[in-house]
Design a protein around this ligand. Structure first.
Ligand SMILES: C[S@@+](CC[C@H](N)C(=O)[O-])C[C@H]1O[C@@H](n2cnc3c(N)ncnc32)[C@H](O)[C@@H]1O
Length: 238
């Protein structure tokens, strides 16, 4: 089976699962007060780093973040989500500067660059979260930023640690309530990646090695770590 066909089938299965979950109301909780604090922090960070910028939100769900965002902070807003059901529910928010599209973050290649890319509780659904950040780094303008929110679980704590090893957050906040803890972080676009022993490598080489590692994982099922990212391989090389 070709890699392209394999990815297509995998993507379709994921899309169906998310569509079913939205239809069953599994994500209705995102509208509850429990989530307010993290949405507020995300909007505050977005306001501090964007003045009339171009924003891409990946895994935007039903558009809850943008729905209450001050429109002065963006000149254009594009939300993408793998679930057509969620996107359909966000379409009422569309206007001359706001668009929502159904797309898989693994396959999506925007035709433009952005000042800000948001992963609001979506990055950890990527097959390879670090590689996904690397891919989207290429779609950030020179002074662009990523803003992420990651719900705290044991696995996600490891993921945050891993991301922060390579990309230094310029701002972080943790919100907490009886339901859990959310880590919101801001990262700037970088052109070199920090490695062990204080050395750095270019982003292009890093991206190349990450892709190589992902191919190994897809074809052999062999994964060095729970999150199939590239750092262990890189650490053993450098
Ligand atoms: C926990 S929900 C968060 C939704 C929204 N960001 C919010 O906070 O209300 C995760 C979202 O990521 C989306 N998602 C998961 N995998 C995705 C993928 N490969 N590409 C695009 N979106 C994806 C899901 O459909 C879902 O809407």
């Amino acid at each position: 089976m070709s890699l392209r066909l394999f990815k297509l089938l995998l993507g379709k299965r994921k899309k169906n699962t998310w569509n079913e979950q939205y239809l069953e109301g599994k994500w209705d909780t995102l509208r509850s007060n429990w989530e307010d604090a993290r949405f507020d922090v995300m909007r505050k960070f977005m306001g501090s780093y964007s003045v009339k910028g171009k924003i891409l939100e990946i895994g935007c769900g039903e558009g809850l973040l943008q729905a209450q965002l001050d429109p002065v902070i963006y000149s254009s807003y594009l939300g993408i989500d793998i679930s057509e059901v969620a996107v359909q529910r966000a379409l009422y928010l569309e206007n001359s500067c706001t668009r929502y599209r159904a797309a898989d973050m693994e396959e999506f290649n925007p035709a433009e660059k952005f000042d800000m890319i948001i992963f609001n509780e979506s990055l950890y659904y990527a097959k390879c979260p670090c590689s996904t950040m690397l891919k989207y780094m290429g779609f950030l303008e020179e002074n662009g930023v990523f803003i992420t929110s990651i719900y705290e679980t044991t696995r996600n704590k490891r993921l945050i640690k891993k991301i922060n090893k390579f990309f230094k957050p310029v701002e972080s906040a943790v919100t907490a309530n009886d339901r859990g803890r959310w880590h919101c972080q801001v990262y700037r676009k970088c052109t070199r990646v920090k490695m062990e022993k204080n050395s750095t490598i270019s982003m292009n080489l890093f991206r190349y090695l990450s892709n190589l590692r992902d191919m190994v994982k897809i074809y052999t099922g062999w994964s060095l770590v729970e999150y199939s990212d590239c750092e262990l391989v890189l650490q053993s090389i450098f």
